[in-house]
Design a protein around this ligand. Structure first.
Ligand code: CP
Ligand code: NVA
Length: 315
């Protein structure tokens, strides 16, 4: 059973296939209008969402299937009355595929261990693989290719988006520069970094983590930032984080160090004046709403590919 838990588990070919499929579905959505007829997706949420929830639900609907939103705060699991194992084994009796947005990464691994249907990680504290697959699609659409481009990432780097970029970029032939503060709570997880270093050496691409934002920005084709206050970060850390991450704010000056045709990405939600200025996110180089749109095309591709591989689409 193939799941999408982290991009560490997916090969270059599998990621490329997802991007190609998402682009084909985006170009000709009518061709898949019926392929998930009478299929059901369970969407398990422990955290808030706009894009992920709506794009999965709309995508499922557009392919003839149905999605059930399941908020764990109203579930026996959320109330501490049922284990993940029993929850998942029950769900698999009702639905064809599961996506889950959870706090602990171990919990999505536990889900997958007990699932008899594909499981998609729709964000854990550690990893956000579907986001980065959709971002690869966005980059390819705007740049025409992926290999050889330089992606520069700024800000909170001990997070799901950074780890997924680390797993994906070197394998896909992109150079990756990460600019962040030095503390263990802000720089990438050593395991994700080590995996990325292995792939970077294999694919002969550059990979660096620096405390100097200007170094990372130079000659970048893609400038990427993410929230300084991820969903799981306690509000009390806000003040400290604003100060620590301020040197990594994406400003017009930082964008000017990148290539003149660089694109700006933020997975959203965004705070103007924090991880980037309003001028950058609302400016001509920003493609953040193409990026948000592509979540839906990518989710449709993932639902289709995983269900096909699971043998669920044979009538
Ligand atoms: N980028 C992203 O996952 O957005 P949501 O939190 O709104 O789903
Ligand atoms: N790193 C962010 C991504 C939001 C889509 C978070 O975890 O909240």
């Amino acid at each position: 059973m193939r799941h999408l838990l982290t991009l560490e588990d997916w090969s270059q070919e599998q990621m490329a296939e997802a991007v190609t499929t998402a682009r084909a579905i985006k170009a000709e959505p009518h061709k898949v209008a019926d392929v998930l007829r009478r299929k059901t997706l369970a969407m398990v949420f422990e955290k808030p969402s706009l894009r992920t929830r709506l794009s999965f639900e709309a995508g499922m609907n557009q392919m003839g299937g149905h999605a059930i939103y399941y908020d764990t705060s109203t579930s026996p699991f959320g109330a501490g009355k049922e284990t993940i194992a029993d929850t998942v084994r029950t769900m698999c009796r009702y639905v064809d595929i599961i996506m889950a947005r959870l706090f602990k990464h171990e919990d999505i691994l536990e889900m997958a261990r007990h699932a008899t249907v594909p499981v998609i990680n729709a964000l854990t504290n550690f990893s956000h693989p579907g986001q980065i697959l959709a971002d690869l699609q966005t980059i390819e659409e705007h740049k025409g290719h992926l290999a050889g481009l330089k992606l520069a990432y700024f800000g909170d780097s001990f997070n799901n988006v950074t780890h997924s970029l680390l797993f994906a970029c070197p394998k896909m032939g992109l150079h990756l520069s990460i600019a962040c503060p030095s503390g263990n709570a802000y720089k990438p997880d050593p395991r994700a970094l080590a995996a990325a270093q292995t792939h970077a050496a294999h694919h002969q691409v550059q990979l660096d983590v620096t405390q100097d934002a200007a170094t990372a920005a130079r000659e970048a084709d893609v400038v990427y930032t993410d929230s300084w206050m991820s969903y799981h970060i306690p509000k009390e850390q806000a003040g400290e984080r604003m100060t620590l991450f301020a040197p990594y704010r994406v400003t017009g000056e930082l964008m000017a160090l990148a290539k003149s045709d660089a694109i700006f990405l933020n997975c959203l939600p965004a705070q103007r004046g924090m991880e980037q200025t309003a001028k950058v996110i609302d400016g001509p180089q920003s493609v953040v709403f193409d990026q948000a749109e592509n979540r839906m095309h990518m989710h449709k591709a993932l639902l289709y590919l995983l269900l096909k591989e699971a043998g669920s689409l044979q009538e």
